[in-house]
Ligand binder design. Structure first.
Ligand SMILES: [Zn+2]
Length: 399
């Protein structure tokens, strides 16, 4: 992902960072992992997932967005902090096993301060790199049309639990935005985020958006900015996508769930036309798998359909891989630290072993079109193996 894929290379890792990527690195005192015949790629970056739902995996295969909200209304208010701890641990394990090394955890289950405490603790215990996006209680009075401002407890979590912006787990604010609250509430929530120096994420352009066009409303009130990550945008106008690009904002698309829950066509091609490179996300495992392979394929194929039906900008396999790695990293503010294999970046990477009968004519095409979580041999986060079997160790180490 750092220019052309190298056919044969060594990767030297020192502590939690990549020190070098080059053929035949001389590091005779290093522990050697033999990944011969494998593909090494940057770990996937899931730019949008509600990780607390890990225990609800695939419980709702046949619902649209309305059905999903009914499910939230049923489960959300009853989720205890123990449930959140279990959900986040399961969700993080599902993600790591599927090759996701960094996740933006949109945590709209902040029913009490203890819910926040256990969610952060569960992320840390899992070993995943995460942006913990502090949300709001999952109760009806905090959702559609709510006039409540963001929970003040976010101040405590920023001050006491997540003050650092370079740690394995960092913080953001997950706000409801104009489509799930009001423009006044949104202005107050953005002011809180900016006071705490936190990036912000909000859902936009779902079928429930109705007459509210969040980006247009934010721009009209002078609130759009480079610290905002927008998620979905299926019903968002082209002119709003240009506003996001012009104000330096970020866009995340969750194509599998958007197609399955009938949000409409993913905005991938329209985003590229507006000058935005979207990151991808799984969103909810209630109705999708936990891996990014399916997200790349759904994004690619839905964009091809949009190009055919509506003349929208086409998308390549290389684009899809970038959306799930370096573009997703940029979309969560970590493009300078992760998302590609390059000297100086953090050592978050996957080793994939293609099946013996598969000639790797084009490694990018194989990863995007044919690979799946079962091909993952090992998952490294910050230089530590977090999933997979140990790869064969080269003879020097064995001796
Ligand atoms: Zn979401």
């Amino acid at each position: 992902m750092d220019g052309a894929a190298a056919r044969h290379a060594d990767i030297l890792i020192e502590d939690d960072r990549i020190a070098a990527v080059a053929p035949n690195i001389d590091a005779s005192d290093a522990r050697r992992i033999d990944a011969g015949g494998c593909i090494v790629m940057p770990g996937f970056v899931d730019a949008h997932r509600h990780l607390w739902q890990g225990a609800l995996a695939q419980i709702a295969p046949d619902v649209d967005l309305g059905g999903y909200f009914a499910l939230l209304g049923d489960h959300g208010p009853r989720f205890t902090s123990d449930d959140v701890a279990t959900g986040v641990r399961l969700g993080a394990a599902q993600a790591i096993d599927a090759g996701v090394t960094t996740i933006f955890d949109w945590s709209h289950i902040m029913n009490s301060p203890e819910h926040a405490d256990v969610a952060v603790a569960a992320l840390r215990a899992s070993g995943i790199r995460a942006v913990f996006a502090y949300g709001f209680p999952n109760r009806p009075d905090w959702l559609m049309g709510s006039s409540k401002p963001h929970p003040e407890d976010a101040r405590r979590v920023r001050r006491e639990l997540l003050p650092g912006d370079d740690d394995l787990v960092t913080m953001a604010l997950a706000v409801r935005g104009p489509e799930m609250s009001s423009i006044e509430v949104t202005a107050a929530d953005l002011a809180l985020a900016r006071e705490l120096d936190l990036p912000v994420s909000m859902h936009i352009g779902s079928p429930f958006a109705g007459v509210v066009h969040a980006v247009e409303a934010l721009a009209r009130h002078g609130l759009a900015g480079p610290d905002i990550q927008y998620v979905h945008a299926n019903a968002t106008w082209d002119s709003e996508l240009r506003i996001i690009a012009d104000t330096g904002g970020q866009l995340v698309i969750t194509p599998s769930v958007e197609l399955q829950m009938k949000f409409g066509l993913p905005a991938t091609g329209r985003a590229l036309e507006a000058g935005l490179r979207p990151g991808l996300g799984v969103d909810v495992v209630t109705s999708a798998g936990p891996d990014m392979f399916i997200q790349m394929r759904a994004a690619l194929q839905a964009a091809r359909l949009d190009a055919l039906l509506n003349g929208r900008r086409d998308v390549t396999a290389g684009d899809a891989l970038a959306f799930a790695t370096i573009d997703a990293a940029r979309s969560i503010g970590l493009g300078h630290r992760i998302g590609s294999l390059a000297a100086g970046k953090l050592a978050d990477l996957l080793i994939l072993r293609p099946p013996a009968a598969t000639p790797i004519n084009d490694p990018v095409a194989w990863v995007v079109l044919a690979a799946h979580p079962g091909n993952i041999e090992a998952v490294y986060i910050a230089g530590v193996r977090r999933s997979g079997t140990a790869c064969p160790i080269a003879p020097q180490e064995a001796a």
